[in-house]
Ligand binder design. Structure first.
Ligand code: NAD
Length: 269
């Protein structure tokens, strides 16, 4: 029940009907008897400037989760950014301070790592392949760098995106070895699909089948795609005997990070 006293958080993007955060947060708020609610906002791009001004003045709003396509543009309009959000040039969560200032962070990578830790994955000194160097791939790569990964291989059809991410990582993590070429998957401890390939039911793989045959069974194979939960990549990896991590697990592991940044849940939920 939303009452006059209820404090709000929001999630903004466009489209918005597919997002799972409102049901996840509202279930948690109800189960923990919190007078809090999350509302979804499908925002037209032309309203972005007015929206940011409204957030500043919206006194019973604690914060706002940000999803596609506003993660990058909103990072340029806030009053302060975490170091990682600044480096990535994107935010997926905003906190409204009591004085109306808006601060941003990006916890996509923290969510990914949280889920990977639950699988027993320790990044320190390991080797990873990140397929897809857009918003989410960059956040995952940055979080792996923060966690002390030894070597990262970046792959994306856009050479510009690979170059831009390589530059961000090179600046932030002097010890991290960065590569862009690979012939086999056998040297990787972690293979992540951070591209939308595999979404829907078209059976597409982000890596050729022949290459997937070089996976070792000790490699953790992860996907960011949430629907289907078991993507063709994860299906094939599981058949080979690899541990797998789904996009749904990554999204769920983010909840505490999003809620804690907005000040509405503990980090561990
Ligand atoms: P984006 O458009 O910023 O980046 C996608 C990248 O994938 C692009 O750089 C594109 O060139 C690359 N790509 C496309 N085809 C490729 C291929 N065959 N091989 C390698 N790279 C390829 O999108 P994004 O915001 O990074 O989102 C990517 C996916 O992550 C989406 O499907 C989104 O739904 C999902 N996502 C999942 C979570 C989660 O918690 N599970 C969170 C956010 C986003």
């Amino acid at each position: 029940m939303i009452r006059g006293s209820t404090e709000l958080v929001a999630i903004v993007g466009s489209p918005i009907a597919q997002v799972k955060s409102p049901e996840n947060f509202n279930t948690w708020f109800a189960n923990n008897a919190c007078d809090l609610a999350m509302i979804p906002i499908d925002l037209q791009e032309t309203a972005l400037g007015a929206f940011v001004e409204n957030l500043r003045g919206w006194r019973n709003l604690r914060g706002c989760v940000v999803t596609v396509p506003y993660k990058q543009v909103l990072a340029t309009r806030l009053d302060g950014l975490s170091e990682r959000a600044k480096a990535l040039g994107s935010v997926n969560v905003i906190r409204r301070e009591p004085d109306g200032r808006l601060l941003g962070d990006n916890v996509d990578g923290a969510g990914f790592l949280g889920a990977a830790r639950l699988q027993g994955f320790v990044a320190s000194g390991k080797r990873a392949l990140v397929v897809g160097c857009g918003g989410v791939g960059s956040a995952i790569a940055y979080a792996l760098g923060e966690a002390g990964l030894g070597q990262i291989t970046l792959s994306d059809p856009s050479a510009e995106r690979v170059g831009a991410l390589g530059e961000v990582l090179g600046k932030a993590f002097a010890e991290l070895e960065i590569a862009t070429q690979y012939r086999s998957l056998e040297d990787f401890d972690l293979v992540v699909n951070a591209s939308p390939v595999g979404m829907g039911n078209n059976g597409e793989l982000p890596l050729p089948s022949t290459l997937l045959e070089t996976l070792k069974t000790t490699t953790l194979v992860a996907d960011v795609v949430t629907s289907p939960e078991i993507t063709p990549l994860l299906h094939q990896a599981r058949e080979r005997g690899c541990a797998i991590q789904t996009g749904v697990q990554m999204a769920f592991a983010q909840l505490g990070h999003l809620g804690a940044f907005m000040g509405v849940t503990p980090l561990e939920i």
